[in-house]
Ligand binder design. Structure first.
Ligand code: ADP
Length: 398
């Protein structure tokens, strides 16, 4: 069985075609600048050269047509015919309180995803466009929605209700939802396997550190708390997102700089985080280089990022009676040896000890704590696409 996994952003579309027999990637790629000048699809069939197709793409449907043509292309395609795509799994950012699990997409599901646009105005519309486009181009193919928020639906009220007038929750669903759920779930299940523990018995702190970053507290294999909130803006300092700040700063800066709500939201989402602090870049590789060259603000950005990771790990350890492992994943978590080292070395009070030699890995599964560390430290590369494909296979088999 071949499953196409689709992840639509506002102007981009990532995809992978996965053969579920051996979980191998048959083809993958990225459509960029959808609806903007300079649109292109980068497509790579495993074992063949990457091709770049430059063409106008007015919308996600136009992009998907090029993607599907590429997948079944005579020269650089992965399959002879599109009928070899047996199902499509869509990443959907916001399932609100409607979905605690992945679901087969039907009209009722589409209505619920549409209803959640109000609380996810930036994220759900491109996901809906992707689903609608596949429905038009491949009407017979079953589709499954896998939600970023679903894994976090087990978070109890004590961690999902904000200290605001309760009526805002009742009227507008203002509550913690959490994001990156597919990734936190994937590494939780993988960690249980690696640690030889029953999923229902495993307690973890899972750190997804990438461009966007979030940490979750996993108790008994289920999510108990997470740093992202009503939107992905809360929690850690990120590439360009502020994470936690005093909420009173927002009206203060809006008044001082004469900003609209949209402009302020743009500052908090796109101009803050390690980019805002450093003025150098949102990319952690650039920051590491700049800091080494003596750029103090790049160093400060890294210090603030790492310190917040550490603070949340400490906070989440206080929410469990024991912890089997602290897991690092995503671009920074999998690859930045110094970030892992600096975070873990600040956790000595918990009896956590890093083995520098074992920590010298990038993008590979590893346990990098010492034998006598009170809590194990692990790197587990995330694989959201595979998790989405497995969910899709499981649900359409029902
Ligand atoms: P997203 O999926 O949220 O866009 P990723 O999980 O791909 O993000 O993470 C991207 C981040 O990972 C970038 O900031 C990049 O600099 C960082 N990264 C990738 N490789 C390294 C590395 N070797 N050292 C430090 N940071 C890295």
């Amino acid at each position: 069985m071949n499953i196409l996994v689709i992840n639509c952003g506002s102007s981009s579309l990532k995809y992978q075609l996965i053969n579920m027999e051996d979980e191998s990637i048959l083809a993958k790629g990225l459509a960029e600048r959808i609806g903007i000048e300079g649109a292109r699809v980068k497509h790579e069939t495993t074992g063949k050269e990457e091709v770049v197709i430059e063409d106008t793409m007015d919308d996600h449907k136009a992009a998907l047509k090029i993607v599907l043509d590429s997948i079944a292309h005579k020269e650089y395609g992965a399959v002879a015919d599109l009928s070899e795509i047996n199902a499509v799994g869509h990443r959907v950012v916001h399932g609100g309180e409607d979905f605690a699990e992945s679901v087969v997409i039907d009209d009722a599901v589409m209505k619920a995803i549409n209803d959640n646009v109000e609380i996810a105005p930036l994220h759900n519309p491109p996901n809906i466009m992707g689903i609608d486009a596949i429905k038009e181009i491949l009407p017979e193919v079953p589709m499954v929605a896998v939600f970023d928020t679903a894994f976090h639906q087990t978070i109890p009220a004590v961690n999902h209700i904000y200290p605001l007038p309760y009526e805002y929750y009742e009227k507008y669903k203002v509550r913690r939802f959490g994001f990156h759920g597919t990734s936190h779930q994937y590494i939780t299940e993988r960690a249980a396997e690696i640690l030889g523990k029953d999923l229902s018995e495993v307690n973890l702190v899972t750190c997804h550190l990438g461009n966007g970053s979030s940490i979750s507290a996993i108790v008994g294999g289920k999510c108990y708390d997470t740093t992202m909130g009503f939107t992905p803006l809360e929690g850690l300092a990120m590439g360009t997102r502020s994470g936690d700040i005093d909420p009173a700063i927002i009206p203060f800066i809006m008044e001082k700089e004469n900003l609209s709500t949209e402009e302020m939201s743009n500052v908090l989402n796109k101009k803050s985080g390690v980019l805002g602090i450093s003025g150098v870049s949102s990319d952690f590789r650039d920051l590491e280089v700049a800091a080494k060259e003596g750029n103090d603000r790049a160093q400060l950005a890294l210090d603030i990022f790492e310190n917040r990771v550490r603070k949340y790990i400490g906070a989440f350890l206080s929410e469990m009676d024991h912890c089997d492992g602290i897991i690092f994943t995503a671009g920074v978590g999998e690859n930045s040896i110094t970030t892992r080292e600096n975070v873990a070395k600040g956790l000595k009070a918990f009896g956590i000890k890093v083995d520098d030699e074992k920590n010298n890995v990038r993008g590979k599964e590893a346990i990098f704590s010492t034998e006598d560390s009170a809590i194990k430290l692990l790197v587990i590369p995330t694989n959201e696409e595979l998790k989405i494909a497995k969910e899709t296979q499981r649900l359409i088999a029902k």
